[in-house]
Design a protein around this ligand. Structure first.
Ligand code: ZN
Length: 293
């Protein structure tokens, strides 16, 4: 009997606490699962954070690479531009020391027929005015302004040149610009013409009274496109030296300090005109050249 009672008691106890044990176990398991989940979530969060960090780092790297590439390109362009500017400045600021101190021709005296001027070599006298300026009134020229003047030597030579031009083409030679005073050149510059196309006042060949501009065209391209202008210019290139004129600006900025000007001719006297023609050089080239011609 005692045994039976004991068994019943054990069974009863087991029965009574079993659900309790199950319940506790379940809670425990749930807690474990919760922790696992939390840990997983945390790990995932960390992983996600790492991924985002890596993504940001890579994006920054790409941005830096792009920037470096652009800077490199930018630097190249800047360097290239700086070099070009430097070359242009070197050309424009070539010192007078480059100028050949020629024994044969007087290139320094203002009233010398071979006086050399460029945009860094002005006249000695700021408002130098040639003494023997004469008016130009001939039948072989046209569009000559009433105030147009040249030095006597250049005017005589131009008269001959214009007559030959008339014989060749049957038309008078257009004279657009001749002597320009310091004040007149200043007035032109004040209207905004660039230094590489229009000389500064005090630095213009026109102030010498020896330079003349032909034809109503001040763009080099027109002398390549317009058949008439092309023909007149070709003739002038062949013939003008016989009248002791030279085309001052024919080789561009780096050689002549100005852009090409097919219309601008300058009287230089017989000897220099022949040398420039024979060696196919400009006055500026002659001046800067170490060789003797
Ligand atoms: Zn000119």
């Amino acid at each position: 009997m005692k045994t039976i009672l004991l068994i019943v008691l054990v069974l009863c106890i087991t029965w009574c606490i079993s659900p309790e044990i199950d319940q506790q176990e379940l809670i425990k398991q749930q807690e474990i699962q919760k922790k696992i989940n939390e840990k997983e979530l945390e790990e995932r969060r960390i992983l996600e954070e790492e991924r985002v960090k890596l993504k940001i780092i890579r994006a920054k790297e790409i941005e830096q690479e792009e920037r470096a590439k652009n800077n490199l390109l930018g630097n190249d362009l800047l360097e290239e531009t700086a070099l070009l500017n430097k070359q242009a400045l070197n050309v424009l600021n070539s010192e007078v020391t480059l100028v050949k101190d020629d024994q044969e021709f007087d290139i320094h005296t203002d009233n010398s027929l071979t006086r050399f001027v460029n945009n860094t070599t002005p006249y000695n006298g700021l408002e130098y005015i040639p003494q023997n300026l004469v008016s130009l009134e001939w039948e072989y020229t046209k569009d000559v302004k009433w105030w147009a003047k040249l030095r006597q030597e250049a005017a005589d030579a131009l008269d001959n040149l214009a007559q030959n031009y008339f014989l060749r083409f049957g038309i008078p030679l257009d004279i657009v610009s001749t002597y320009r005073s310091y004040e007149y050149q200043k007035w032109i510059k004040d209207r905004g013409c660039d230094d590489t196309l229009c000389a500064k006042a005090w630095y213009s060949e026109h102030q010498s009274g020896l330079a003349v501009d032909f034809w109503e065209a001040s763009e080099e391209s027109r002398f390549r496109e317009n058949e008439d202008l092309k023909m007149y210019f070709e003739w002038m290139k062949q013939e003008a030296y016989k009248f002791w004129f030279t085309n001052t600006y024919q080789k561009g900025l780096e050689i002549d300090w100005y852009w090409i000007e097919p219309w601008h001719w300058r009287y230089v006297g017989e000897d220099l005109a022949l040398i420039l023609k024979e060696y196919k050089i400009t006055f500026a080239e002659y001046i800067r050249s170490p060789e003797s011609y």
